[in-house]
Design a protein around this ligand. Structure first.
Ligand code: IMP
Ligand code: MG
Length: 195
């Protein structure tokens, strides 16, 4: 007979125990972030550069990335939330925190943790383009190409990954797991109701 269990989620006190598979380990992340930092440093040498990080998922990536960039640059942050499941397909995104500075005439790189449906990035891109930056390019640490609903031209991608729910290195499930130093696939037992 099945017992009615407590409601999910069921976090372990050792977050590692909730991970089914490590998809990208810390050393691989470090190496890729270094290569991306080098590429950006070469490409923007002698030019203005403002990195815009989309909170909160990209903070760990952003913190490592800026230390891999050797040229002068500024950073700023935005925070968004989607209006909910129904609205995510319409691409409506709520701005919780806007940029602190104007971006007219500036070279922007939008730094994201992951591009999934593409709705968030395509909305942000449209919104920021209205402010007339000199250029705007997109860097996403992770890409799930199979999930794309909206076509977004991403200029740099850290890693292409299969369609699984991943956490760690800034990415969360229910605001937890951001502190894991690697990208891992979450065990479904964490978010599925128990028998
Ligand atoms: P999009 O608008 O569907 O492209 O959604 C992108 C946002 O969804 C990301 O910035 C993440 O916050 C979240 N997201 C998508 N896939 C995952 C995942 O596998 N793990 C954690 N967050 C995810
Ligand atoms: Mg995000």
């Amino acid at each position: 007979m099945s017992q009615p269990g407590p409601a999910p989620p069921f976090y372990s006190n050792r977050l590692d125990d909730d991970i089914e598979e490590v998809l990208i380990d810390a050393a691989t992340l470090r190496e890729r972030v270094k290569a991306l930092g080098d590429a950006i440093s070469r490409e923007y040498a002698g030019r203005d550069l403002l990195l815009v990080s989309v909170l909160k998922g990209s903070i760990v990536f952003m913190a490592d990335l800026i230390r891999a960039i050797s040229i002068p640059h500024e950073i700023d942050f935005m925070a968004t939330s989607s209006y909910g499941a129904g609205v995510s397909s319409s691409g409506a995104v709520r701005i919780l925190k806007d940029l602190n500075m104007p971006i007219e005439g500036r070279n922007i790189i939008l730094v994201e943790d992951i591009i999934d449906s593409g709705q968030t990035l395509s909305y942000l891109l449209r919104m920021l383009q209205e402010r007339r930056p000199a250029s705007i390019r997109i860097l996403a640490l992770l890409d799930k190409p199979d999930r794309r609903e909206v076509d977004v031209a991403v200029d740099w991608i850290g890693f292409s990954i299969p369609n699984a729910f991943v956490v760690g290195y800034g990415l969360d499930y229910n605001e937890i797991y951001r502190n894991l130093p690697y990208i891992g696939v979450l065990k479904p037992t964490v978010y599925l109701p128990h028998e």
